[in-house]
Write a protein that binds this ligand. Structure first.
Ligand SMILES: CSC[C@H]1O[C@H](OP(=O)(O)O)[C@H](O)[C@@H]1O
Ligand SMILES: Nc1ncnc2[nH]cnc12
Length: 296
């Protein structure tokens, strides 16, 4: 165990229905540019309980980005550039389980990635890297979310598999049944991939808090999903998400040690391209994401 010598900065990526967080001291929205493009919106920074915080609305204020058009690489790069160490995603999801009911929260620990129309890596020709995403979320950060949710009186489930679909349409009945009965998914959403993969490439700890808003389309007693139902559930539960976030600074502390699960060392043995074959333009572009292993 290393000593807690590094400053913690917690970022919350707010999903559908969550476009700001309150209670930050010295709060200001700031524009952060990235070599990977413009993030979804400006980033709200400040302090909560003495801990540095950042908040980024995934779809932008006013919900302007579709799940496909969210600039995932720019978002993660911009957070890394700001000094963020820990990323918590809060997302709306459909449920494949009777016992994960609308209004419940799920601390996701696995993903099935069915997205296909998104940039999924910071790396590429001229600088090739392969990180492990066998365990795509950080257990330390996920445990903090679980504790914060429990302390806030939320019905929360520890662990769950999130199926990431491309969207923007919801699933067909046949897909919904297949994901539930054959694939063993617990919840479904459209945004946590490639976000979680990119956070791992950027050596950021990542946790995913899924807010269940509906039963997708499989449930015989609940018809098709519709956005009105989702928004109603989200509106009724956004205060729960805010309470969860308020509990995080005390649990995570203003200083942190190296991640005991190695999230912050994910690139240690990941880069395949020989030093003399690396593209200088890629090295420059990856200054924030991979500067730790590329510098020098
Ligand atoms: C508003 S319903 C569908 C929409 O909501 C979820 O977004 P997020 O994950 O950002 O909360 C879902 O993934 C879809 O993008
Ligand atoms: N049923 C569902 N499918 C995909 N994304 C969702 N977000 C909220 N509910 C969803």
């Amino acid at each position: 165990m290393t000593e807690a010598s590094k400053e913690t900065m917690i970022a919350v990526i707010g999903g559908s229905g969550i476009y700001d967080i309150d209670g930050l001291e010295d709060a200001k929205w700031q524009a952060v540019e990235s070599p990977f493009g413009t993030p979804s919106d400006e980033i709200l920074t400040g302090r909560l309980g003495g801990v540095k915080m950042a908040f980024l609305p995934r779809h932008g204020r006013g919900h302007v980005h579709t799940p496909t058009s969210v600039p995932y690489r720019a978002n993660i790069d911009a957070l890394k550039r700001l000094g963020v160490t820990d990323v918590i995603s809060v997302s709306a999801t459909g449920s494949f389980r009777e016992d994960m009911a609308p209004g419940d929260f799920v601390i996701v620990d696995q993903f099935i990635d069915r997205t296909f129309a998104r940039e999924k890596s910071f790396f590429g020709p001229g600088l090739v890297a392969h990180v492990s995403v066998a365990h795509p979320t950080c257990p330390r950060l996920s445990d903090a979310c679980l504790t914060a949710a429990t302390d806030a009186g939320i019905t929360v489930h520890k662990g769950g598999t999130y199926l990431a679909m491309e969207g923007p349409q919801f699933s067909t009945l046949a897909e919904s049944k297949m994901y539930r009965e054959s694939w063993g998914a617990d919840v479904i959403g459209m945004t946590n991939m490639p976000e979680a993969k990119l956070a791992r490439e950027a050596e950021l700890c990542y946790a995913s808090v899924a807010m269940v808003t509906d039963y997708d389309s499989w449930h015989p007693e609940h018809g098709e999903v519709d956005v009105t139902e989702i928004i109603d559930t989200l509106t009724g539960n956004s205060e729960k998400a805010r309470n969860l976030v308020r509990g995080l600074p005390a649990l995570l502390g203003a200083k942190r040690a190296d991640c005991e699960h190695g999230c912050d060392k994910a690139l240690e043995f990941a880069i395949m391209t020989a030093p003399d074959k690396r593209d200088p333009a890629m090295i420059a572009k990856l200054d924030a994401v991979a500067g730790r292993v590329l510098a020098g």
